[in-house]
Ligand binder design. Structure first.
Ligand SMILES: Cc1ncc(C[n+]2csc(CCOP(=O)(O)OP(=O)(O)O)c2C)c(N)n1
Length: 393
């Protein structure tokens, strides 16, 4: 009889082995699987590799600072990305500036690769506004806190790109359309999001419309306290195949493997072949958010196992082994990180709370009588506090 109480973790059999270029000891890996993806790393110079490491270190420093700021009461909440730096930097650095990104709420590293000042994100976590950046300035959409919903937004946007290309062709002829750089969309979500109907609906729509969208799933093993084995029984990278969307599983702690797979997928999507699903196998080393206590649901052994696969140690070891990382590089990076940490702390502490009635300002794009009524009521309510605590200004 089947043991219904036994839920094995999805196993990494050879068949399901993730794409890898650098193993957890920092050693180069060569096999048939990665040989197919080699061409997507050919453009990288030693300086590029060093900058991958540098980006990951900056992102981690940001994470450490933001977590500490939350503990000091400067932020209401923070969602750490500790451990997911390679998944985010490797994939983010594969994007073209013209591509559009739909992140969820943990994509601080991707924001950094887009050239967005990650610190701006902390406006949201301090609670002074709903975002703090312009989605179109860096083609990096607002964070989405409703799990999986933005997969649908991403597909809609990708279909819009297709329609724009058709229009351009109709207006300017074949030549003009061919000259425009083909754009793609990337949507980031976690393993937990794959349990939402929205993600399945998005996959179906993207597939039949051949939409230029890459579904990038960071499988960090946990959806808050719910582990992988309580969410699915078949490897996640195969999730798209039933919809006709090819999938690739990549070692999410290997920045080069992530980079190669994402470049391939974006190329595939932007050249009219349709969507791709990438599963980056990684681990959330920190808490889900600063409100969560992972000691309640996961073991110290599991954490130690993954700590040994730290994505930053791995690339650092590879750079050292190749003799391209010097003491001078180290000194320069340390100084840069110190300055950056100071900047993050100063920026957050300088953020002022807006007037509470500002929450009514952007409900609609044009004046709305009902919203104005609500604003007037709320203002009267605030003024009813005699101790001045409810200052509506
Ligand atoms: C539609 C919806 N349902 C539930 C929640 C509550 N919630 C917030 S985060 C989360 C887990 C998400 O896990 P995962 O998709 O794996 O992403 P991760 O946080 O691990 O990056 C849940 C259930 C939500 N925000 N939205």
């Amino acid at each position: 009889m089947t043991d219904l109480l036994h839920h094995p973790l999805v196993e990494f059999t050879t068949e399901h082995a993730p794409l890898q270029f650098i193993n957890e000891h920092g050693q180069r890996v060569e096999n048939q699987h990665n040989a197919e993806f080699d061409q997507y790393l050919a453009h990288l110079s030693v300086e590029d590799l060093k900058s991958f490491y540098r980006d990951m270190m900056v992102v981690r420093r940001f994470d450490v600072e933001a977590t500490a700021l939350q503990r000091q009461g400067e932020l209401a909440l923070y969602a750490p990305l500790l451990g997911q730096e390679a998944a985010q930097v490797g994939s983010g650095r594969a994007l073209a500036t013209t591509d559009m990104v739909f992140p969820s709420y943990r994509e601080h590293g991707v924001a950094h690769t887009r050239g967005l000042d990650m610190t701006k994100i902390l406006q949201l976590f301090r609670g002074v506004n709903h975002g703090g950046w312009d989605s179109f300035e860096r083609n990096f959409h607002m964070y989405t806190l409703v799990i999986g919903s933005h997969a649908l937004h991403a597909v809609g946007y990708a279909m819009g790109i297709q329609q724009d290309a058709k229009l351009a062709q109709a207006r300017g002829g074949q030549e003009a359309a061919a000259q425009a750089a083909p754009e793609a969309v990337m949507v980031y979500f976690g393993d937990g999001a794959t349990s939402q109907g929205d993600v399945s609906e998005a996959l179906g729509f993207a597939a039949v419309n051949n939409a230029p969208v890459v579904f990038f799933c960071q499988n960090n093993q946990w959806a808050i306290s719910v582990p992988n084995h309580l969410q699915f029984k078949s490897p996640l990278y195969l999730r798209g195949t039933g919809f006709g969307v090819p999938g690739v599983r990549v070692d999410g702690n290997d920045v080069l493997a992530v980079h190669a797979a994402t470049r391939w997928a974006l190329d595939y999507a932007r050249h009219g072949h349709g969507p791709v699903f990438i599963e980056a196998v990684t681990y959330r080393m920190g808490a889900h958010t600063t409100s969560d206590d992972p000691t309640k649901y996961r073991t110290r052994e599991e954490e130690a196992q993954w700590r040994a696969k730290d994505p930053i140690d791995r690339i650092r070891r590879a750079l050292e082994d190749e003799g391209v990382w010097s003491e001078a590089d180290d000194a320069a990076l340390t100084a840069e990180l110190e300055g950056f940490g100071e900047y993050v702390r100063g920026y957050v502490r300088s953020l002022e709370a807006p007037p509470v009635t500002s929450m009514f300002d952007h409900v609609y794009g044009s004046p709305n009588a009902l919203v104005e009524e609500d604003r007037a009521w709320f203002t009267r309510y605030q003024e009813s506090f005699v101790d001045g605590e409810g200052d509506a200004q």
